[in-house]
Design a protein around this ligand. Structure first.
Ligand SMILES: [Zn+2]
Length: 74
C-alpha cells in the first residue's frame, strides 16, 4: 500500500512516520539525489533499516518545504 511505517524518531523525540526514499521524493517533490544530499547533510531525520534501506522521517520532510528557500531569497 503506502509503505509507511512508524518508528521512534530520535530527533523529534516521538513516534514519527517514516517513508522510504522513493516516497520522500514524491512528498518533497525533489529528485533522489536531492534526498540523499539532505540525508548526507542531515537536513532530514532518517534511520537505516536492518536491511540497509534508509527511511526518512516525514515530519522533517515537511520542514524542508519551500518556505526555507523563499526565506533565503528574501
Ligand atoms: Zn523526526
Amino acid at each position: 500500500m503506502l509503505n509507511i511505517s512508524c518508528f521512534f524518531c530520535d530527533h523529534c523525540k516521538k513516534d514519527s512516520r517514516f517513508v522510504p526514499v522513493h516516497r520522500a521524493m514524491k512528498v518533497a517533490g525533489v529528485s533522489r539525489s536531492t534526498i540523499y544530499y539532505w540525508i548526507d547533510k542531515e537536513w532530514v531525520h532518517w534511520r537505516e533499516l536492518p536491511s540497509g534501506r534508509r527511511i526518512i522521517c516525514e515530519d522533517s520532510l515537511g520542514r524542508r518545504g519551500s518556505t526555507t528557500f523563499t526565506s533565503d531569497v528574501v
